[in-house]
Unconditional design. Structure first.
Length: 174
């Protein structure tokens, strides 16, 4: 219950147009339930192959908007005094009907300053910076920049198409 209450505070403090909306929390059965707004969306996460395929087939313009939304959210995260922990492709949803980016699973984001207390932290290795593998390392905006670069690569360079258009777009991000 304590961890879920802390996670709900994070959603409240990081409220943003691209973050899934926490509607309410309820005590139930000796525990706590968190109720979020439903989003009918495709997920970029590898754990959902059919959804991921649909996500990666989105137009480059849509992917650029998604990436801008992700960057906007993480600039907001930094301005709120937090750092991203456990951000990966499974956190990225896209509502194709409303052309809206929805981010989720920010439960482990931490207030700054944050120090890696465990060694290998939570998350997908594909999105983790070296300091997220190093006990005692500082987790800060530099960590977030690394993660955003990994996100850009996942959006624009990992889609399997390897077309000149995809590669030139990836180069432009650098």
């Amino acid at each position: 219950i304590v961890r879920l209450r802390a996670a709900c505070r994070i959603y409240e403090e990081l409220s943003h147009p691209s973050l899934v909306r926490l509607i309410r929390t309820e005590n139930c059965g000796g525990g706590l339930a968190a109720v979020f707004e439903w989003v009918d969306a495709v997920c970029m996460g590898r754990m959902y192959p059919a959804s991921r395929k649909a996500f990666l087939l989105l137009a480059q313009a849509d992917k650029l908007q998604i990436f801008e939304d992700i960057l906007s959210f993480h600039a907001h995260v930094a301005a709120c005094g937090y750092v991203a922990v456990d951000f990966y492709d499974g956190c990225i949803l896209y509502d194709t009907e409303h052309r809206k980016t929805v981010l989720c699973d920010v439960d482990l984001y931490e207030k700054k300053p944050h120090t890696n207390q465990v060694g290998r932290m939570w998350g997908s290795t594909r999105f983790m910076s070296p300091e997220e593998h190093t006990r005692g390392a500082v987790i800060d905006e530099v960590t977030n920049v690394y993660t955003m670069g990994a996100t850009a690569f996942a959006l624009f360079g990992e889609d399997g198409r390897r077309t000149p258009e995809a590669w030139s777009l990836s180069r432009a991000l650098y």
